[in-house]
Ligand binder design. Sequence first.
Ligand code: NDP
Ligand code: OXD
Length: 307
Amino acid sequence: MLYLYAPQEADVYQALLSRAMPGREVRVWPEPVDAASVRYAVVWGPPPGFFAGMRRLEAVFVLGAGVDKLMARDDLPSSVAVVRLTDAGMAQQMLEYALYGVLHAQRRMGEYQHQQSAAQWRPLPARLASQTRIGVLGLGEIGGKVAMGLATLGYRVRGWSRSGKPLEGVAACKGEAGLEDLLADSDILLNILPATADTRGLLNERRLQGLPKGAFIINAGRGEQLDQNAVLGLLERGHLAGALLDVFSEEPLPVSHPLWRHPAVLVTPHIAAMTLPEEAVSQITANLAALVRGEKPAGLVERARGY
Ligand code: NDP
Ligand code: OXD
């Protein structure tokens, strides 16, 4: 049996999964099931204890790219395969989101908004794409495509990954020294890293100070990777020019949080790249079939490295 936990779109996913896997019994939370007969789970953010008693569970398919919340649980035995989505239509959305922030910074839209509020007509010097340095943290299924897409548009792109993976048009770097070089050379910093033990707290005040004065930050990875208070402090001191933030250490971002009201900050509610049900179910179906054949599915998470 396959058990689905996707409360916000349960009907959509149930219909798609049942159609894609006609021979398989698909049951939907909160319908009670015999936990011992669950072999596969398809989930996004299941509640604590969800996996209790699922002793024949073979694989969990995640309805997203990030698995940080799942990796932090203690009710998922290490024998269970965790399979995430790989791109599944999210890379193009992320490229569009990044481009929105990049254009906002490069074309000085924040400054023009400010001018508009004072009815000021004051053209500022142009800055071309070829003069704009973008540092991309995370060059995976999503980040890699975003970095190459920005490079194709003429931006000067440098990318940081664990392996220093080479990508067309992107200057690759890795390690602490590579990160420091990238920060020092980024007018715009774009974070699309997975949250792991190594990346939590990565963008702390010390590292953010390594960005050039007037830099702009786009965070679409995870909130716990960026020190939000440091961002506010660096904005106040004029070291940062602005930020486009999609993910936060606490979500939803609390109503009283100063980021909501900062004039140089754009806040979005974790929508940079959303899961597309058709694409997701088609990937899950192919990955489950691969597992059944004894093959390694695309998107199999390496539990030890956390992504
Ligand atoms: P991938 O697993 O495909 O890629 C992860 C990338 O990060 C790889 O390039 C990897 O390096 C790099 N990386 C991981 N750990 C480190 C480290 N310690 N130091 C340097 N580089 C590291 O992930 P995706 O591209 O599919 O997704 C990335 C993240 O984006 C997700 O985990 C999620 O948090 C976030 N996301 C946010 C969304 C939103 O709407 N805001 C939507 C979808 C995803 P290497 O290539 O060497 O392995
Ligand atoms: C994801 C996300 O990881 O939406 O897929 O954040």
